[in-house]
Design a protein around this ligand. Structure first.
Ligand code: NAD
Length: 278
């Protein structure tokens, strides 16, 4: 089976660089999609309380016959549960829904700097409890900007292992990635395919045709070459397999550079500095 590289984290653990994302997969379709991914060889699933499909992710893993320890599973704290007691209850519920006694990674989904008096540090200290009691093997953040991570470094004890941010060819996030590299924080790129929109780009299509791969494979391989962790979403079995078939080729440095040069600083999601969470 294809060997997916492992990325080392700043706490001594590691994470498969490639996984399967389940945002916008209906609960009714989730068991089938995750089962197809696991059969294909994916061993890393990215879900969240707010996706509403943790229960089905847990079901698919349970019925796969794989050991719990063979699959890396991430979930994220709901925007409505940042207050410490709410975060504790939400984390308990995530574990219950998934049917697990631990998560491999638990993230604060959004920093929400204009809510909760901008106090994401107290929320982070609550995640530190889950890390210390072993129920979250690693903890991290999502959609955090460098200035917000600096506050965690200054005011909390456990540094985030991960920052999960929007990254695709039209939003290459060089600044946040450079900050994370400097501070030993692994970067996860969400919407790695730009939700499919960037697959028509002429530069990407030209590279794909020249090397005999699909545009999606070229974009996903670009992320891998840059060292980011990605987990594209699909419910279509042929695409789930196509997206996984990226570990038997490499892109030239020139092609990686040409794709990075497509950056337009174009977000598809909200701006983390102003997003209120609803
Ligand atoms: P994505 O970039 O993975 O795009 C998914 C879409 O691309 C699919 O719905 C389909 O339309 C298309 N697609 C997939 N494979 C294809 C292929 N081989 N050929 C052509 N089209 C294809 O977008 P996403 O789902 O937004 O992001 C991936 C994951 O990132 C999510 O499932 C979720 O786990 C995570 N995420 C996190 C956040 C966050 O705030 N932390 C936000 C969005 C997504």
């Amino acid at each position: 089976m294809t060997a997916v590289p492992e990325i080392s984290l700043n706490n001594g653990r590691s994470i498969p660089q490639f996984g399967f994302g389940v945002f916008q997969i209906e609960p009714a379709d989730t068991v089938e999609a995750v089962s197809t991914a696991l059969k294909t060889g994916y061993r890393h699933i990215d879900t969240a309380e707010m996706y509403g499909n943790e229960k089905e992710v847990g079901e698919a893993i349970a019925k796969s016959g794989l050991d719990r320890g063979d699959v890396f599973v991430t979930s994220k704290l709901s925007n409505d549960a940042h207050l410490p007691d709410d975060a504790r209850a939400a984390f308990d519920l995530s574990l219950e829904e998934l049917g697990f006694d631990y998560l491999d990674l638990f993230l604060i989904h959004w920093p929400l700097p204009t809510r909760y008096d901008g106090d994401f540090v107290s929320t982070w200290r609550t995640l530190e409890e889950f890390y210390r009691d072993g129920r979250a093997r690693s903890i991290g953040v999502s959609n955090f900007q460098p200035h917000q991570i600096r506050r965690l470094h200054a005011e909390a004890e456990v540094p985030p292992a991960i920052d999960q941010i929007e990254v695709h060819p039209y939003l290459t996030q060089e600044d946040v990635r450079a900050f994370c590299a400097e501070h030993q924080i692994a970067v996860e790129g969400w919407s790695p395919l730009g939700q499919g929109r960037e697959l028509e780009d002429p530069t990407i299509r030209e590279i794909a045709e020249r090397i005999g791969k699909t545009p999606a494979q070229v974009v996903l391989r670009w992320h891998i070459e840059r060292g980011d962790i990605v987990f594209p979403k699909s419910v279509t079995p042929a695409r789930i397999k196509e997206n996984f078939a990226i570990f038997d080729f490499e892109l030239s440095g020139e092609d990686v550079g040409a794709i990075s040069a497509l950056d337009k600083n174009e977000r598809s999601g909200p701006d983390p500095d102003t997003f209120t969470g609803s």
